[in-house]
Design a protein around this ligand. Structure first.
Ligand code: HAM
Length: 435
């Protein structure tokens, strides 16, 4: 026998059970986004490599070492599996001139690809829900996006996710800070690790984000970007904070929060939990007012965030939540050729009336079929044998407790089956005529 092929490391199957949890989560997401007036958009999984290099920045972990890039064998184009959605979303908005129609509130959901070292909460194919507001400059939309997240945690019953915020100011403010930061770090150059040495003149702000314990003291003493912010940047930051206070959303200002993508300015934020180990950031984002122009559009302000679905669902389970596995209403067992054809018709008729029906396929004795019916979690077994088929009737056997109807097996005419089942399975709904 040939060897079994395995999925690529860091790229996971999501099996039934989990997949149903994902679907339930996705429905919550859709309802939540609709309540804030966001509309869906779907972008391709593959984009020109240049899009991400330009948007995310050349000297970032993602672009330097995490992108799945390849040459199109047919035409030699450089392509990349999307490592995130913001760049694609802005590209799509510009390509289709969506901003001519006014501000856009858009969201997307789907797989992203980063060649990181896989570990708990960090995968090479992972899934994000991305939320982007384009064309709106004020701090209100930043604060509203943060408040949206808080509401989602509430909707999902999640607790213990803390909010960290910071302001990255504007380009010229960062440039002044950068000059002082580089001078400071140069004075301590001998202490820097290889990564920091490399970043010293390319992306020194990212050194502030280092996880290396040996650098913490040095980084703590470094010039803080917040001290370089001008009046307008401070006003924007204060505006965000005021609105957060107004709706009682607690936050911490983390002056070292710089984000791993270069397109941000002004507000940045991360939602972090301590319950998932090292990969505790479940959601992150901020303002990126320069990106639209950087990708060739007429300048337009923008802000957004993305949440990591794997991490959020892991936290949801970690906090003791369980979802109900979906079950069918009826499991239909049958034996004999004529009965098989009758059962097929019965199942289709019931589905036409809105019932979820598992038609047993593959034969087997009544006994083994009934075992499967029991294990399926269905409310009732429907039984069709030669006797029933001859008189156009179906036997009903309730399988679960809690019905007001008799618990033994009984027969009903095919024509009355849907109504009888409705009364049996959904007695309340029947009262208001919804069946
Ligand atoms: P990001 O911080 O790179 O931002 O990713 C956002 C979230 O995606 C993270 O907080 C995390 O929950 C999840 N995530 C990232 N990488 C992985 C991974 N390897 N495995 C599992 N989950 C992961 C962005 O991607 C920006 N596009 C967010 C944004 C939207 N900013 C403005 N608009």
């Amino acid at each position: 026998m040939s060897q079994l092929l395995q999925a690529i490391r860091g790229m996971n199957d999501i099996l039934s059970g989990d997949a149903e949890l994902w679907e339930q989560f996705e429905q919550t997401i859709r309802d939540w986004l609709a309540a804030y007036g966001y509309r869906p958009i779907r972008m391709p999984l593959v984009e020109p490599t240049a899009l991400f290099v330009r948007a995310i920045g050349e000297v970032t972990d993602i672009v330097e070492k995490e992108m799945y890039s390849f040459e199109d064998a047919l035409n030699g184009e450089q392509l990349t599996l999307r490592p995130e959605g913001t760049a694609s979303c802005v590209r799509a908005v510009l390509q289709h001139n969506l901003l001519y129609g006014g501000a856009q509130r858009l969201w997307y959901m789907g797989p992203m690809f980063r060649h990181e070292r896989p570990q708990k909460g960090r995968y090479r194919q992972f899934h994000q829900v991305g939320v982007e507001a384009l064309g709106i400059p004020g701090p209100d939309v930043d604060a509203e996006q943060i408040a949206m997240c808080a509401r989602l945690w509430d909707d999902l019953g999640l607790t213990g996710i803390r909010l960290e915020i910071n302001s990255l100011g504007q380009g010229e403010e960062r440039a002044r800070h950068r000059a002082d930061l580089v001078a400071y770090l140069e004075q301590h150059q001998a202490m820097l690790d290889a990564d920091a040495q490399r970043r010293l003149h390319t992306n020194p702000l990212r050194i502030l984000d280092t996880k290396n314990p040996a650098l913490q003291e040095l980084v703590n003493g470094a010039p803080k970007l917040i001290d370089y912010l001008g009046e307008a940047s401070l006003k924007h930051f204060e505006g965000v904070q005021q609105l957060l206070r107004d709706v009682a959303i607690p936050y911490q200002i983390n002056p070292r929060l710089v984000r791993g993508l270069d397109y941000y300015n002004l507000t940045v934020f991360e939602w972090v939990t301590d319950q998932l180990g090292a990969q505790g950031t479940v959601c992150a984002g901020g303002r990126y007012d320069g990106l639209v122009a950087q990708l060739g559009g007429k300048p337009a302000p923008a802000c957004g965030f993305a949440l990591g679905i794997e991490r959020l669902l892991a936290l949801w389970q970690e906090q003791g939540h369980r979802h109900d596995a979906p079950v069918v209403d009826a499991y239909l067992v049958h034996q004999g050729e004529a009965a098989g054809r009758f059962a097929f018709r019965v199942a289709e008729a019931l589905r036409g009336r809105g019932f979820a029906v598992h038609l047993h396929c593959g034969g087997g004795s009544f006994k083994t079929q009934m075992k499967k019916a029991d294990a399926s979690g269905a409310a009732v077994a429907l039984i069709v044998g030669d006797d029933e088929t001859a008189v156009n009737e179906v036997s009903i056997k309730p399988l679960r407790e809690g019905f007001e109807q008799p618990v033994t097996q009984y027969r009903v005419a095919f024509d009355e089956l849907a109504d009888t089942l409705g009364e049996l399975i959904f007695p309340m709904e029947d009262d208001n005529g919804s069946l």
